[in-house]
Design a protein around this ligand. Structure first.
Ligand code: MTE
Ligand code: MO
Length: 253
């Protein structure tokens, strides 16, 4: 038996034991110690959210890949959800083709930095043809090109013990993902879509692509990201604007 499996077995049996001996509270304390409690655990569906997230994180490989497609599968019709921000700050950057745009990276990092579009495009590029599904019931397949988030986190010296990365765009949207998804090889900062620069309404100049979660985790129009150990200080502490509206923080597919 591999060490990973036996450790998982240990946690699972530990959780079951704790639930039996000390009730849910004991199990919850143990789960939190292993980073298995999602930030929206306090909501209406709290216990369900915790069980879904915890079992996913324990039983599935953290590197499990989202399915990739061929060029002939690329969708002809590509819907938009959340049009480009009207805000002056964004519109001004758009007019100049994002020459002065920067992505700020701060929080639990050794070297807080900011990256221009040119910087990001100069790093090793990653392309993938994947499916993006909206919680509203529609989806599409597109080819995305960008730089892996893990590469940028490495450049800034993100603290390997940090738990989350939070993403802030130019509109009022915001979201976060855990370190397992942030370091996943299919999680990246995309600047290209179907062989061209990302069309404005699809998130120009740079959007996040979290290929193993629903569309709302893939934050468009990025402006800043921050590495953190706790989501408590952000909004209502549930890890994203969507969780504030009752959607699941962890939206794995
Ligand atoms: N900044 C920002 N990012 C966002 C949104 C938004 O409104 N603003 N909408 C989200 C939702 S709900 C979905 S389904 C996808 C849609 O991506 P698309 O417009 O490229 O299809 O973007 C996500 N990222
Ligand atoms: Mo969505």
């Amino acid at each position: 038996m591999s060490r990973i499996i036996s450790r998982r077995r240990l946690i699972v049996s530990g959780l079951t034991l704790a639930a039996g001996a000390t009730g849910i509270a004991g199990a919850v304390r143990l789960a939190d110690r292993y980073g298995l409690i999602p930030p929206d655990h306090g909501g209406l569906f709290g216990i369900g959210e915790t069980l879904t997230y915890a079992s996913q994180r324990m039983l599935m490989s953290r590197q499990r890949l989202a399915r990739e497609f061929g060029r002939s599968d690329i969708s002809k019709v590509i819907p938009v959800n959340g049009r480009a921000p009207k805000k002056d700050a964004y519109q001004r950057l758009l007019r100049d083709e994002f020459r002065d745009w920067r992505l700020a990276v701060d929080g639990l990092v050794a070297r807080p930095s900011s990256f221009s579009l040119e910087d990001l495009m100069s790093y090793p590029s990653h392309s993938q043809i994947t499916h993006q599904a909206c919680e509203e019931g529609w989806s599409f397949i597109a080819e995305w090109t960008g730089v892996r988030l893990s590469y940028v986190l490495d450049l800034v010296g993100a603290d390997p013990r940090a738990r989350y990365v939070v993403f802030f765009p130019f509109d009022s949207f915001w979201e976060s993902i855990d370190m397992a998804d942030a370091l996943h090889p299919q999680t990246f900062l995309a600047y290209g879509m179907n062989g061209q620069r990302i069309p404005t309404d699809h998130g120009a100049p740079v959007r996040l692509r979290v290929s193993r979660q629903l569309g709302y985790k893939s934050v468009k129009y990025l402006s800043r990201m921050t590495v953190t150990d706790t989501l408590q200080p952000f909004g209502k502490g549930t890890g994203g604007i969507n969780a504030e509206y009752g959607y699941s923080w962890w939206a794995g597919i």
